[in-house]
Design a protein around this ligand. Structure first.
Ligand code: 3PG
Length: 213
């Protein structure tokens, strides 16, 4: 797949719903029922962060067993993680920031990468490498909607998925910005609901998120 084709694929994944849930999975048994609840609530693109031992198995289970889900790998920091995510069945990858080595690896990978930026210089460096779709992280700590608004005039070609500090309360403010394609966040899948197997509650949070735009 060419870089442009990967960008087009990523654009259509990010356009599936207003929110991409950022999930930390400790128990692989939670993966499939959680993903089914998110999909049932109208949230098909799901980012499983590679922060736990269960993450790759969770991605594999969701990819194999959940109709309608589009599972991606988050917190991808290295080329080895990018490769492992692809082998597990991830359809996209997300990184909190950017490194030249990770960008080189992404150029050689089939997996579309949503790389992270938190400043004009980082965003420009990514744009130079052909990444017009970027994660804006950590969104609220780096400057929130005000910073995104300020970036939109000099950098109109870039579309962001802000994550970090976003909740049901402030998501709408981000989504109303012209340079925001969707937002990401962990509020749809809090650890206590996962541990309790509260799938109906997760579905309700997903439904509320899907209606944000
Ligand atoms: C992350 O990578 O941890 C995400 O940005 C989620 O942040 P949140 O927990 O503040 O939603």
């Amino acid at each position: 797949m060419t870089h442009d084709a990967r960008q087009t694929t990523l654009q259509s994944i990010l356009a599936l719903a207003p929110v991409v849930p950022v999930v930390i999975i400790d128990d692989v048994a939670h993966a499939v029922p959680m993903a089914r609840a998110l999909v049932a609530g109208g949230i098909p693109a799901i980012e499983v962060t590679l922060r736990t031992d269960a993450a790759l198995d969770a991605i594999r289970a969701i990819a194999n067993e959940v109709d309608g889900a589009c599972v991606g790998a988050g917190t991808v920091l290295t080329s080895a993680q990018l490769e492992a995510a692809g082998h597990a069945g991830a359809r996209f990858a997300v990184s909190p920031g950017t490194s030249p080595r990770l960008l080189d690896a992404a150029d050689q990978s089939e997996l579309p990468l949503l790389p992270g930026a938190a400043s004009a210089s980082e965003a420009m460096t990514l744009l130079e490498r052909g990444h017009a779709l970027q994660k804006f992280f950590p969104a609220s700590a780096a400057g929130g909607p005000a910073l995104l608004k300020a970036l939109s005039s000099p950098l109109p070609a870039i579309r962001f998925c802000p994550t970090g500090g976003i909740t049901a309360r402030n998501a709408g403010e981000y989504l109303s910005l012209p340079n925001v394609v969707c937002v990401g966040g962990s509020w749809l899948t809090p650890r206590d609901l996962l541990e309790a197997g509260a799938w109906t509650a997760i579905e309700a949070l997903a439904r509320e998120a899907a209606a944000l735009r």
